[in-house]
Design a protein around this ligand. Structure first.
Ligand code: SF4
Length: 408
């Protein structure tokens, strides 16, 4: 029996799908993540934008083109948001939403909409790992209720995997880099163990640890000291910003001002002078004026971002921001073009700072990442190897480098 697990959306969805694939394999299925002929389809959906939701619904028809007789099981955020829209599609036998994803493997024989909202961390099988980079789920859900976001409604409140289980998977995965993944990794908590304590528990794992998306509130002296003491954590902070304007941040229900965010970046650089701070910025939030937007432009240079992911605002029905009047598509498009340019300049400036210096790179299939998240290309690089390299010149989305030493 062949099963196809098709995934849309975020990294956490990808990691969860990889776990479900492993679980299906253990149940005797031949599993693929590429859309094609299969006897069973599992669709892991996304609702981060209206477009993502539309693509999620369309995927059912794409599956049925390959095999109209195969049952389709749907899970993920779009199916939590509108389960009926999936169940009414021909071929769909079971809809589980986002919060019951972990039950997919146990309820495959059922039919209908499966709703149960236990707010506990849902363990999934360990995804099949490569020797290079492993993504390790440590947390799910969110308590923050940003005014534009559906995630707390779809995935539920924050909950964490036990430190013991995180440690066990980290020790057994065999990868040279482990990315701690979740919706809001900074809210990790298992009893007295917060994210900083978890990093200390992982300090003897023979892998470089990289943190997933963080919120600004986690960054204080205690956390940065714990990170430094752990010694194997990459100095890379993906610190969601969303807007450079304090007024827009307030309307977004973010919990910091522009000044507080910048102070947090400054603190990070005090502890880790070469740190890569990467971020997300939403462009064209309904209350964003031209002046507000210029603050988003100017903070990019001020914060010294290594990479900026910019997204046009997408109104999500059911959120507070959806009640506000949307900006015109042309304004959003024009601002997106300007901020994309600014982001590109910041990225080049960041990489340029390190030309002529040595970094440690974990090579993947094509190129690899330095500890401070510079994409590096080198002749003779072998997948899965860790090497010291000297950065020579800017190249593609990062730098070209010479390998100076392979690290065993
Ligand atoms: S922090 Fe805000 S944007 Fe991120 S998942 Fe939670 S509510 Fe959504």
């Amino acid at each position: 029996m062949k099963a196809c697990v098709f995934t849309l959306g975020c990294k956490l969805n990808e990691v969860e799908s990889a776990s479900l694939m492993r679980g299906l394999e253990e149940r005797g299925y031949e599993v693929t993540d590429e859309l094609g002929y299969a006897d069973l389809y599992l669709l892991n959906t996304c609702a981060v934008t209206a477009e993502a939701e539309r693509k999620s619904r369309q995927a059912v028809a794409r599956m049925r083109k390959y095999n109209p007789n195969a049952p389709v099981v749907v899970c993920g955020c779009a199916s939590e948001q509108n389960a009926e829209a999936f169940l009414e599609k021909e071929g769909v036998v079971l809809v589980l939403g986002a919060q019951n994803k972990g039950k997919v493997l146990n309820v495959l024989q059922n039919r209908g909409i499966f709703r149960e909202t236990e707010q506990v961390f849902c363990e999934l099988p360990s995804p099949k790992q490569t020797k290079t980079r492993a993504f390790l789920r440590i947390q799910d859900g969110c308590n923050r209720f940003c005014s534009y976001c559906l995630i707390p409604y779809l995935r539920g409140r924050t909950r964490s995997r036990s430190a013991e289980s995180v440690l066990r998977e980290a020790e057994n995965c065999g990868a040279r880099e482990i990315v701690l993944t979740g919706i809001d990794v900074s809210s990790y908590r298992d009893g007295d163990i917060g994210l900083g304590e978890l990093l200390l528990l992982l300090k003897d794992v023979p892998a470089r640890i990289r943190l997933g998306s963080l919120e600004e509130g986690i960054v204080d002296e205690k956390f940065l000291l714990q990170m430094r003491e752990a010694g194997n954590v990459a100095p890379h902070f993906h610190l969601s910003l969303q807007s450079g304007s304090s007024a827009v941040l307030k309307a977004m229900n973010r919990r910091y001002t522009r000044e507080e965010y910048l102070a947090c970046c400054k603190k990070i650089y005090e502890f880790f002078p070469d740190a890569a701070i990467t971020t997300d910025i939403i462009v064209g939030f309904p209350t964003e004026t031209e002046e507000d937007f210029k603050e988003s432009l100017s903070i990019i240079g001020e914060a010294g971002f290594a990479r900026v992911h910019c997204f046009p605002f997408s109104s999500r029905p059911g959120t507070a921001a959806a009640k506000k009047k949307d900006l015109s598509a042309s304004v959003k498009k024009e601002r997106m073009a300007r901020i994309t340019e600014a982001a590109k300049r910041a990225e080049i400036a960041y990489v340029s700072r390190f030309l002529g210096t040595e970094r440690t790179v974990l090579f993947e299939e094509e190129g690899g990442y330095s500890e401070n998240y510079i994409r590096i290309y080198a002749n003779g690089a072998k997948e899965g190897t860790l090497a010291r390299v000297k950065l020579v010149n800017l190249y593609r989305d990062g730098a070209f480098a010479e390998i100076t030493e392979e690290i065993k």
